[in-house]
Ligand binder design. Structure first.
Ligand code: GLU
Length: 500
């Protein structure tokens, strides 16, 4: 495949939803796969919806995930500027061309007039071939009147002239051929009264100007694409029309309906890459996810490699990715699956990388901890957590005696044959001279042999006595990590309580 030029074109209207990050990822993958360029363009022409800090958020989210751009507002590029609010002259020049070639026209209708037209039509008003003759525009008014209104600088918009009775064909890599009738389409506003372009105009002008070859975006933009195709025709740019790929919806965890930003708050799961404090929204990063796990999870929301393989590095995704394997049907946002991916990544992370996360999870308890002990904690527990904050629950016993025991372990396994002799093991621990996992193991196996007990009859009590749980990594490692004195003290107390 030839090198593509693709863009991620978010509007800075708030935090970047996880669906936006998936769009960025797919664009990135295709760019890297073909040796092309991945461009970030900020679509900020809707001043009413502009949110301070949103652009910085988008940049930070891409950076956190390692989705490096080739051209962007921050780094510039051959098609500067990459922020639409700084490209006004271009849109004005292009819209002027459309007016001159009669592909667009001025409309002077006031908000009140539009409102009343809508009221008369019972809410189904469409500004189009059937209605534009009744409205106040440069097609319906005499030329002299139009000139006068323009000379007086009366507020006006520019609308696309949509000819009725035609078919618009969209070739979409994901959805196949999609056809719209122009009878369904309205004369979209291209330029607003404030002199700023609408999304449709700016998007098409920029995609053309920036030599975009593939437009990969969410399915919600499919219906706008009909107007975009008409614009390519109106501008006489049909030859340069990009390939379209509309990505499937991301569905709620229930599988019913589109995942919304409020779903995260309702369900207590993150649906944003990073937290966004202004709206109190939680991010995957703050929830303790590895960025690569997030990308791996997102890659599978709409795409699959056609094999059983699930774990992919970013390079691996680049290698495997193809638009041909992007599906049409909505992809369910399954947070358990996201956690599963994260667990795979954490368990493969070098212990040194995990140390800061352990510090943070236990803060401030592990502040004075030696590097050696932290390293051991990471090694022992990294395959037992799904997210970084879970280190806290797993490791808290090293700093606090358990405030209760696993009752099931006691009920099922604290049998008389163990209960009567267990203190003997605790005594042996007290007198042990080499408190290493091997030393502890030797003492324990000698005790087991003496009393003909198996591992299953003894080890759960060791874990339960020091940590209050029957589960965990190797019991000898746990005892070693906790230290001799504290382990013996806790086991003594436990035996007393269990035998009471
Ligand atoms: N600015 C649009 C958005 O916020 C871009 C859609 C597109 O990629 O064309 O998603």
């Amino acid at each position: 495949m030839d090198p593509v030029r693709v863009r991620f074109a978010p509007s800075p209207t708030g935090a970047l939803h996880i669906g936006g990050l998936r769009t960025a990822l797919y664009n990135y993958l295709l760019a890297r796969k073909t040796g092309g360029q991945f461009i970030l363009r900020i679509e900020d022409t809707d001043q009413k919806r502009y949110v301070e800090g949103a652009e910085a958020y988008i940049q930070e989210a891409l950076q956190w995930c390692g989705l490096e751009t080739d051209e962007s507002p921050a780094q510039g590029g051959p098609h500067d500027p990459y922020r639409q609010s700084e490209r006004r002259e271009k849109y004005q020049a292009e819209v002027h061309r459309l007016l001159q070639t009669d592909k667009a026209y001025y409309a002077f209708d006031t908000p009140e007039e539009l409102e009343s037209a809508r009221d008369k039509a019972g809410g189904t008003f469409k500004y189009d071939a059937a209605t534009r003759g009744r409205m106040r525009n440069s097609l319906s008014l005499p030329a002299t009147e139009v000139d006068k209104l323009l000379a007086e600088n009366i507020p006006r918009v520019v609308r696309l002239l949509v000819e009725p009775g035609q078919s618009v064909h969209i070739k979409d890599v994901v959805r196949g051929d999609v056809t719209f009738s122009t009878d369904e389409l309205d004369d979209k506003v291209l330029m607003k009264a404030d002199g700023l372009p609408t999304y449709h105009l700016a998007n098409v002008v920029d995609d053309h100007d920036m030599r975009i070859t593939h437009v990969i975006r969410g399915e919600e933009w499919l219906s706008s694409t009909a107007h975009h195709v008409l614009l390519y025709h109106a501008f006489d740019w049909v030859e340069d029309m990009p390939v379209f790929a509309h990505l499937p919806l991301i569905l709620k965890p229930t599988g019913k309906g589109k995942l919304s930003k409020r779903d995260g708050q309702k369900l207590g799961i993150p649906v944003f890459p990073l937290s966004w404090e202004a709206e109190n929204l939680e991010g995957f990063r703050e929830r303790g996810f590895h960025p690569q796990a997030v990308l791996n999870f997102l890659a599978f929301l709409g795409w699959n490699p056609g094999t059983e393989q699930e774990i992919f590095s970013l390079e691996g995704l680049v290698e495997a990715f193809s638009l041909d394997n992007v599906g049409k049907s909505g992809a369910r946002f399954d947070f358990d699956k996201a956690q599963w991916f994260n667990q795979q990544y954490i368990s493969e992370q070098p212990a040194e990388e995990l140390i800061p996360h352990i510090h943070k999870a236990l803060s401030p308890l592990a502040d004075g901890e030696s590097a050696d002990r932290l390293q051991k904690m990471a090694e022992l527990y990294k395959s037992r957590v799904r997210t970084y904050p879970e280190f806290r629950n797993q490791l808290l016993y090293l700093y606090q005696a358990p405030d209760g025991y696993d009752e099931k372990v006691i009920r099922k396994k604290w049998k008389p044959n163990v209960a009567t002799v267990f203190s003997e093991l605790v005594d042996a621990y007290r007198n042990q001279s080499d408190w290493t996992p091997d030393g502890i193991k030797a003492t324990t196996t000698a005790f087991m042999e003496r009393h003909e007990l198996g591992f299953g009859a003894v080890l759960p009590h060791l874990r339960n006595g020091i940590a209050g749980t029957g589960n965990g990594p190797g019991a000898f490692d746990m005892l070693h990590l906790l230290g001799q004195e504290e382990s013996v003290a806790r086991l003594e107390k436990a035996v007393e309580e269990w035998n009471a």
